[in-house]
Each structure stands twice: as C-alpha cells, then as structure tokens.
Design a protein around this ligand. Structure first.
Ligand SMILES: Cc1ncc(COP(=O)(O)O)c(C=O)c1O
Length: 345
C-alpha cells in the first residue's frame, strides 16, 4: 500500500503504476498491455488535437468494509462509451474488453486504491483517442483506448455533503439544441471551460446550464446532473442535451426503493423556487448539495436578479443525505447491493 494521506486526497491525477492500453488498428483491438510510461508519442496530425476526436468515461473502484474491491456499474460506462464512440464514428471497445481493462487497471494500481473509511476511491478514466494523422475533417480510423486510474477524495475538496453555491449560465450554452450534449465527448467540456472558469473565479462551486434552445428549462451542471427533492418527489430534467448520468439513474432507483415518486421531466427555471433540496450528482461529485442558485443577466454581470435558496448553507438536506448514504453504502459494501450493481475485482 502506498503511503498517501488518504484523508486529504483531492480530485487530482496522481501518477500511479500503470495505464492500460489497447489500440484499434486495421479493424481490430490489440491485446491490452500495462504501460509504466504515461508519456506517449502522438503524431501531431492526429485528429484528437485538431477536431477533438475523443470521448471518455469516468467510474470508480472502492475498497469495501469487507476488504473486497467493487467497481460501480462498469457495464453502464462501457455502453455509454460505445454510444459516444458511435457518435464520433470511431471504434469503441466491446463491453468485455472495457471491463477487462478496467479490472486490469485496478489490479495494476492496487496499492493506490484508498483503504475503506476515508471517503476516497480510485477514479477510473477510460479514454478513446483518435490517433491516425489526418488533415481534413474526418473520423479517426486508428484509435487508442487507455484506462487510467487515480486515487481521489471529494470533487470539491470540501468534506462530503458540504453544500456549495451555483449560478445560472444565462449567456453560455454547453451544447447545441440538436448537438452533442448527451454524449461524453471531449468537445463538450471544451465548450464549458470558459464560463466554468468564470463561475469559479466568482466563488461559485457549480455552473447550471439551461436548455440551449429556449433557455427556459434546467439542463445540468457543468460537471454533473441536476436533481431536486420536492416533497416526496425526486425531480430531474428530461432533456436531449443532458448527459445520461449513471449516478442519477441509480439514485432514481434508490429513491423509488425508498417509496419516493420519481419525475424525469422538463424543469422550468422558475420551479427552483419550489424545490426543497437541490444537488449536483455524478460519479465524481456523488451527491453534492447546492444551497443556492444565483440568476444574473449575464455571467460577467455583477448584478444578481434573483437568488433561489434551498435548505441550510451548512447541511445537506435530509432526503438527499439518505439517498447519498444508500448509494455510498452499496459502493462500500455496508448496504446490500439488491440491484447487483457492483462488479468485484
Ligand atoms: C456533464 C456531466 N453530466 C453528468 C455527469 C454524471 O454522470 P455519471 O453519473 O455517469 O458520472 C458527468 C460526469 O460524468 C458529467 O461530466
């Protein structure tokens, strides 16, 4: 086991033992290898550098209370990567190869997998990279698939369940109306960097994007999905420009298990005034409570036209905390995995 400060891990990359690599060349994937070298030669004409021929995933491995290592729903990530790859007309690994390489990555880097009890995990980053040299706009025919793994703590750096603030992205869009918002492709994140940086500089933890066509409905946060609790109902936006989050999907199941009503539907911005609890949810952020959302005419503006507040700025809402405890418990092996979501090493 590495001698790391497990209780103070940030959401940063750490150099670990190995990255797992396979290449798609001449119509087939090569057998995966563990590479100790993280620096690789790439042709400067590779499509990834010019046209963002790249998509990726994010999932976590946990060391459980019973000492067993669990991956949370990797099959769902494999399917989503295939969907993203198909949208880029790029080859993507089969579900079996994806899982094999994720498990291999955890095994090769096992001494970096945080122990149980530190609210830390190993974040796995599978990434597809278009490699062959090209000049014109075209999908990559040669692809590198890498699975990287880094030990991580909470996304915000604060203790889990510490509330943060958000601001609406009135004058920036993350995705075009019929564009790529529902795919986990690199280009979507490039689009969000400038407004995201601005929101962070202004002290907000999150940036909340609206539907790009009408700007009247909530889409999602820059890093994660939007989920709200309204009475006994779990509310999350139905939108073509939102990434289908595996965490959100799982939390909807958990909410239904708790006897809650689940509504996946368009959510008008003004409905924020009726929400009891609001959270960002995703693999990296798990559930992160949002205690307020500012509305401004433009992100650059110092004028705040309205602030929507949810619960206490110090504490997570009780329903959100219950959902958080159940999902984290399943990942840590302290709660029964009744839906068979975890895959063991
Ligand atoms: C934009 C965006 N939305 C939502 C999510 C949450 O998805 P998941 O729960 O599958 O991690 C992520 C993180 O992957 C994301 O980057």
């Amino acid at each position: 086991m590495q001698n790391l400060d497990w209780s103070n891990l940030a959401f940063n990359y750490s150099k670990t033992n190995a990255a797992i690599i396979s290449r798609y060349v001449d119509g087939a994937w090569t057998a995966p290898v563990a590479s100790r070298d993280f620096e690789m030669p790439f042709n400067l004409y590779a499509g990834v550098f010019h046209y963002a021929n790249s998509c990726f995933e994010g999932l976590k491995a946990f060391r459980g209370v019973d000492g067993k290592v669990r991956l949370f729903r990797p099959d769902e990530n494999a399917k989503r990567l295939q969907r993203s790859g198909a949208h880029l007309d790029m080859a993507a690994p089969s579900e079996a190869l994806f899982l094999e390489m994720c498990l291999m990555c955890v095994r090769e880097n096992l001494d970096f997998l945080p122990p149980y009890g530190f609210n830390a995990s190993m974040y796995l980053r599978p990434v597809l990279i278009g490699c062959n040299p090209q000049l014109g706009i075209a999908s990559s025919k040669e692809v590198l698939f890498a699975v990287l793994g880094s030990p991580v703590g909470t996304y915000s750096g604060a203790a889990g369940l510490t509330p943060g603030t958000a601001v609406l992205a009135r004058n920036y869009d993350r995705a075009a109306p019929n564009g790529t918002g529902s795919y986990k492709i690199a280009a979507n994140y490039a689009t969000s960097l400038h407004p995201y940086n601005m929101a962070h500089r202004q002290g907000y933890r999150e940036l909340l994007f609206l539907d790009p066509a009408t700007k009247t409905k909530i889409d999602e946060f820059g890093s994660s999905n939007f989920l709200a609790i309204k009475g006994n109902t779990y509310v999350t936006p139905l939108s073509d420009s939102v990434l289908p989050s595996i965490t959100n999907k799982s939390l909807q199941t958990v909410a239904a298990d708790f006897g809650m009503q689940v509504e996946k539907r368009p959510v008008p911005v003004e409905e924020l005034a009726e929400m009891d609890e609001v959270n960002a949810c995703g693999t990296a952020v798990v559930i992160t409570p949002i205690c307020s959302v500012d509305d401004k005419p433009a992100l650059e503006s110092t004028e705040v036209t309205k602030t929507y507040c949810f619960g206490s700025p110090e504490h997570c809402g009780p329903v959100s905390e219950k959902l958080y405890r159940r999902i984290r418990g399943i990942q840590d092996g302290t709660e029964e995995d009744i839906h068979n979501w975890c895959v063991f090493l």
